[in-house]
Design a protein around this ligand. Structure first.
Ligand code: BT5
Length: 259
């Protein structure tokens, strides 16, 4: 299969690169279109949350129209692999770099990047993958998130304040993302699943999962603890709970883990 070539639109500041890309799509943009911005005024996270997007970070969104219907979550996992591989290629070997189900990348258990995938418009199967990475973002700018369960960090904070080229990180990440998308189209989810699990350091560890809509498990509403076993063939999280039962979860958030 011939790989797609990215068509990149650059902006200084936008509300959200996902929103900007949707405007381009409404005007006829094709699969492979990318919007990248130096900062966002209304960067978005999942479930109505916000993504703090000062200049110094990388914020971009990519439009893909796969041949057949796909699960949206596959794209979050695929993007997580591209992010983790790129960060790994930059930071010292001693750093623990891990994807976090379903949509984050962590360095030494602190959040460095997040992914927001959305379906879009009337085009069947079309998706937008939005990625935010803290690159030269300072501790002060990340202050509001340092007390989050997984705290927050940036490439510069992990590299003793060095100033990193956002452009070259963007280049590497985009190349990996397009390459993984090509592999996904050719080989399906199995290869992405394998790569995701290879990049996940939480497997085998005890975790706490908060699942929206999941009720009265282990006595605490919406919270379950157990051993993280990996993901299944549909990307759902597999957990061995305290009753020794294997359960799968299609949505939720890992709020705690025990290394
Ligand atoms: C995410 O949501 O992690 C998805 C972030 C996706 C951002 C990209 S940037 C390009 C594209 N355009 C957009 O508008 N969005 C995408 P979620 O898992 O819901 O995490 C959001 C939570 O992370 C917030 O509620 C904060 O607690 C925390 N947070 C916000 N900004 C952060 C940052 N810069 N670094 C670390 N944590 C942050």
């Amino acid at each position: 299969m011939q790989g797609l070539t990215p068509k990149i639109y650059r902006h200084e500041s936008v509300n959200s690169t996902n929103a900007k890309l949707k405007e381009f799509i409404r005007k006829g943009a094709s699969s492979g279109t990318v919007v990248v911005a130096e900062s966002q005024t209304e960067g978005r996270g999942r479930m109505g949350r916000t993504w703090h997007s000062p200049s110094g970070g990388l914020y971009f969104s990519v439009y893909f129209v796969p041949k057949n219907a796909k699960r949206l979550t596959d794209f979050s996992l695929l993007a997580g692999v591209a992010v983790a591989q790129t960060i790994k290629s930059l930071l010292p070997k001693a750093k623990e770099i891990s994807v976090k189900w379903p949509n984050d990348c962590l360095v030494d258990w602190k959040k460095i990047a997040g992914v927001l995938c959305e379906t879009v418009g009337d085009t069947p199967h079309a998706v937008i993958i939005g990625i935010g990475v803290n690159i030269n973002t300072t501790k002060r700018e990340l202050e509001p998130f340092l007390k989050n369960p997984f705290s927050a960090t940036s490439v510069a904070l992990e590299e003793a304040g060095e100033n990193h080229s956002i452009e070259s990180l963007f280049d590497t990440m985009l190349t990996k993302l397009f390459e993984l998308y090509r592999i996904y189209e050719e080989q399906g989810f199995a290869t992405i699943k394998r790569l995701w699990e290879l990049n996940c350091l939480m497997i085998g560890k005890k975790i706490e999962l908060c699942e929206p809509g999941h009720q009265e498990t282990d006595g605490v509403r919406g919270k379950v603890t157990g051993t993280f076993l990996g993901i299944d063939d549909s990307g759902a999280l597999l957990l061995l709970n305290q009753k020794n039962e294997k359960k799968s979860y299609v949505s939720g958030e890992i709020t705690c883990f025990w290394p």
